[in-house]
Design a binder for this molecule. Structure first.
Ligand code: ADP
Ligand code: MG
Length: 658
């Protein structure tokens, strides 16, 4: 069945060269029970690893069922191992946190066929562990653990069993049990190769090979009770070809569930550590969600605010003039009047104008009162600033001329004074003067730190003469015909007003009248909020990146800690892709948990900001998707390197890792 021709394997330690296996030729026939003996360091294990396809010889030939398999790649060797060879190790090598049943079933995961639980049950029962299925290795004696390992070596129906000092760590009673099981397997037809240094163990074998310094020094067959003449048990060149053909076996559900299980166990085994590394992603994702929500909330509220600003709007205010370096009080000599308003209204390409005057007032209704902003305007204001009431009406031209005591109130004032009741027709006291409420302003939302709905609007004349006691207007809103005329119009207004107020340009360093283009303000605000959103996004991304590095760190530790597990899985037939995906599943699982809890936390924080601080936040589906994909990507990207490290481990070195 197995034929080795002139196999050589050397190890280099510094400048010392050890010929661990030095030109061994050996043929093992089906049905044999071979014991390999020899002093420690004589090359027994090395030879067995080569026979078991765990390691590659430096030179020489390996024929399996007559087929030369010397030049196969790692993945092909892995599938041959999985199908044809069962391993039993001195240290048992069971997965610590998995049950006997799961341990025995491990090779099936990599067999690419449906998990056959009946087979696992049968093998465990055959080694006398029918009542120990759900015990973990630390709940089993050494002998029992080794019996689980034997069941594991058999679940895939291998053609040959390789046991390296299987009784080396056991007491004499367990030794007898194990050797009896092996002998029984051999009688039933399994080919067995066992490394041992104990003559009493070798006594059970049908052939004993003795090694010294990497060479075979004796090879004797013993006559034993008559044994059936074994054929190759169906192990033929064609079967090998079939296995190799399907060696790029698919990643299937069994592998995924096993990886998932293992990942969950690993996470729970190191709760604090896992929690901390998940926390990194969690904070990162929460930051992304909350900050994007905040950013787009701000953008949203600014958008409504900008809409209420009106279009093609200029705002004219008295500027500051300084005479020979001495600043005059703002507005002195440049106070705007109604005749200024009318003059500006006469300019070409002016659509309409409105005066404006502001102040703070105390408003009382019944036993409720509030301090709010009052704005006196003309009738046109309602159209220019998108302020026509949806409930009630705006005041009329006659009411402006007659200084009527009527008020249109904002939503905040409405809530403060009237609650849910209708205010229309009610009388409120504004600085102790009775006003009739005639309308409710449309909602404008919070702009920056100012609540735009916390206001009342009254006729400009009423505000000037009855409430604020001023005989001038503070600013003029001018609406141009089109966006293009605004620049020229703004210059014309300045010239006109300077002329009307007899202000000579040469005396003044500054403009006597400030004309602000609302379109420019709009653009500036939009740009600022966009910049803010990008900035917040950057900060959040950095947080995620830091979280990802945390995951990478933990995964590297995990790979190092579980080197032995990786070696075992490879011995059981896992190829490098299986190992890679296993660790990727683990890191993605961690980052997903972090991602999902991060989304929840981020949403919670956003909600809290709305409730407590009254900020406008808007959680978009896009930001949730972005954050989740990002966290999964972080899991893949930062998990890839550790996983690759794991996948590339040599099975023998990994198994030996301390
Ligand atoms: P045995 O199993 O018979 O005790 P081994 O096959 O384990 O012996 O080792 C044979 C020789 O090869 C020993 O001298 C050992 O030191 C050396 N050797 C085995 N594995 C390695 C390795 N990974 N690196 C260096 N030397 C090794
Ligand atoms: Mg050894």
């Amino acid at each position: 069945m197995i034929e080795l021709r002139n196999i050589v394997k050397t190890y280099r330690m510094g400048d010392q060269v050890v010929k661990a296996v030095n030109g061994v030729s050996l043929t093992i026939a089906a049905g044999e029970f071979v014991a390999i003996m020899g002093a420690s360091g004589s090359g027994k294990s090395t030879l067995m690893h080569i026979m078991g396809l765990l390691d590659r010889p430096e030179s020489g030939q390996y024929l399996l069922a007559g087929r030369d398999i010397t030049g196969l790649d790692d993945d092909q060797l892995a599938s041959l191992r999985n199908r044809f060879i069962g391993f039993i190790f001195q240290q048992f090598h069971l997965l610590a946190r998995r049950t006997a049943f799961e341990n025995a079933g491990l090779p099936l995961v990599y067999a690419g066929k449906r998990r056959s639980e009946d087979k696992v049950r049968a093998e465990l029962t055959a080694v006398g562990l029918a009542d120990r299925f759900n015990h973990r290795p630390n709940e089993l004696s050494g002998g029992q653990q080794q019996r689980v390992a034997i069941a594991r070596s058999l679940v895939n129906d291998p053609f040959i069993i390789m046991a390296d000092e299987p009784t080396g760590n056991l007491d004499s009673k367990s030794k007898d049990e194990i050797v009896a099981i092996l002998k029984d397997l051999n009688v039933k037809g399994k080919t067995i190769v066992m490394v041992t240094h104990e003559p009493e163990m070798a006594a059970h074998a049908s052939r004993v090979i003795v090694m010294r310094d990497g060479k075979i020094i004796s090879d004797e067959r013993r006559v034993r009770e008559t044994q059936k003449n074994m054929t190759d048990q169906g192990l033929s060149s064609t079967v090998i070809l079939g296995v190799l053909g399907s060696s790029r076996n698919k990643y299937d559900a069994a592998k995924f569930f096993d990886s998932f299980h293992q990942a969950v166990y690993a996470m729970f085994a190191n709760k604090l550590r896992s929690f901390l590394s998940i926390l990194g992603i969690l904070i990162g994702v929460a930051a992304v969600i909350a900050m994007l929500a905040l950013g787009s909330g701000a953008q949203e509220s600014i958008k409504t605010q900008l809409a209420s600003l009106g279009s093609n709007l200029l705002m004219v205010r008295p500027g500051q003039i300084s005479l020979q370096g001495v600043a005059l009080e703002a507005g002195a000599g440049t106070r705007l009047t109604f005749s200024d308003l009318n003059a500006v209204g006469e300019l070409p390409s002016v659509h309409r104008v409105s005066a404006s005057i502001n102040g703070r007032v105390q408003v009382v209704y019944g036993n409720k009162n509030t301090n709010t902003q009052i704005e006196g305007t003309n009738v046109e204001y309602a159209f220019m600033r998108a302020s026509q009431p949806q409930v009630g009406r705006f005041f009329t031209e006659e009411e402006v001329l007659g200084r009527a005591k009527v008020a249109v109130i904002g939503a905040t004032v409405l809530k403060e004074l009237f609650g849910d009741n209708s205010p229309l027709g009610e009388t409120i006291k504004v600085n102790k003067i009775n006003f009739t409420v005639i309308g409710i302003l449309p909602l404008k939302g919070a702009g920056g730190f100012r609540d735009q709905d916390d206001t009342i609007i009254v006729p400009v004349t009423t505000a000037m003469y009855r409430v604020l006691g001023k005989d001038y207007i503070e600013s003029i809103y001018v609406e141009g015909d089109a966006p293009e005329v605004l620049d020229e119009l703004s210059q014309n207004i300045q010239d006109l007003l300077s002329q009307r107020h007899r202000i000579k340009k040469k005396f003044s360093d500054d403009e006597a009248f400030q004309v602000r283009n609302m379109a420019d303000i709009k653009a500036a605000i939009e740009k600022t909020t966009k910049t803010m959103t990008v900035l917040l996004g950057c900060i959040a991304t950095i947080a995620l990146l830091v979280g990802g590095i945390g995951i990478m760190n933990i995964m590297l530790v995990s790979v190092t800690e579980r080197t032995k597990e990786i070696g075992l899985r490879k011995a059981m037939g896992a190829n490098s892709r299986d190992i890679l995906l296993q660790f990727l599943v683990e890191s993605v699982l961690m980052s997903c948990i972090g991602g999902i809890s991060g989304v929840l936390l981020g949403a919670g924080v956003s909600l809290l900001l709305t409730l407590l601080a009254g900020w406008t936040v808007k959680i978009s589906l896009a930001s949730v998707i972005l954050a989740t994909t990002f966290s999964i990507t972080v899991g893949i990207v930062f998990g890839l390197w550790p996983a690759q490290k794991a996948a590339q481990l040599n099975p023998i070195e990994a198994l030996r890792y301390e």
